[in-house]
Design a protein. Sequence first.
Length: 285
Amino acid sequence: MAKKKHGPPHEEHADESWLIPYADLLTLLLALFIVLFASSSINEEKYNAVAEAFYTEFNGFFSELLSSGIGGDGSGDMGDLQLPYPDAGKEGEAGDEEKAAAEAAARQLGNLYESLAEYVSDNNLQDTIAVEFQGENVLVTLKNDVWFESGSAEVTAGMYSQGQMLANLIQSNQTPSSPLEVIVAGHTDNVPSNSARYPSNWYLSLVRAVNFLTVLLSDGDLNPSYFSTRGYGEYHPIASNDTAEGRQQNRRVELLISRPRVITPPDSLLIDALQERAAQQAAGN
């Protein structure tokens, strides 16, 4: 009887156990980049969705680590490690706190607007200072033909007293726990600035903003860390540059006043939780 021919022996498959931690690593990287992308444009729905995905991925990963004895006692118990997760039981409470904070900010800005409008009206400054309430911001517009000489960024004598009065009104409507953020922006018309001192409208607008900011901060009562400047040159007109009246309106300095927004990135919350867990483990050893 003929012997059955056998083919060449099958080669043993290489160990592919490395694929599991590699897949976990890729998943974690994906979660991290989702968080970084979402942090650039935060809203409540997006934050909650990203935080939930972030929690799910990391919670499962660390559970596997602890159950395998890596970084823990091998029992698989997560202990009192609390990862950043939007607790549904506290959603109503957090929403109420955010709503109350938003209402407080609106009242603060509303009070500032009323103070500024009253000051402008009492001193007949309607032709030189305009005040607008924009919900989350108060916009104060100063016409440069009054505060600055044409083509110059040097402040006039009257600018100091008015600037300090505006600074006092800002200071009186804020507290250390609820500061106001002020952006001072300079604008010009489209007439080119070619002088040696102000080589461009960009430069002229920025120097005007910086000079007025110096006036605001001259008494030392305001915190400079909440102030900044911008120079827009001729590129944000509010009227036509084809007429002398329109160019006059475009030559201006604006103060955009708002409450600063501080957002804590979810990844920093995770780091804090892990550091706390590590400290507890170190104390127990």
